[in-house]
Ligand binder design. Structure first.
Ligand code: SF4
Length: 63
């Protein structure tokens, strides 16, 4: 599946990093980095990250 973060909405809160550390992390400069193509086995944590994002910035798409 494909993950997309709307950079205009994202405020680098980091809830997604806590919910799905296999997909989201912070770079050395504090900006959010993420895997844009992830294995189906990570769907639950991806959906959890999308749910907890306070800006609703995360979109999950099937490929
Ligand atoms: S939880 Fe949402 S707003 Fe916060 S860093 Fe993740 S994508 Fe950005």
């Amino acid at each position: 599946m494909k993950i997309c973060v709307d950079r205009d909405k994202c405020q680098d809160h980091g809830q997604c990093v806590i919910a799905a550390p296999d997909i989201f992390r912070f770079g050395e400069d504090g900006t959010l980095l993420y895997e844009s193509h992830v294995d189906e086995s990570l769907r639950d944590s991806a959906e959890e990250a999308a749910d907890v994002c306070p800006e609703q910035a995360i979109t999950i798409m099937d490929e």
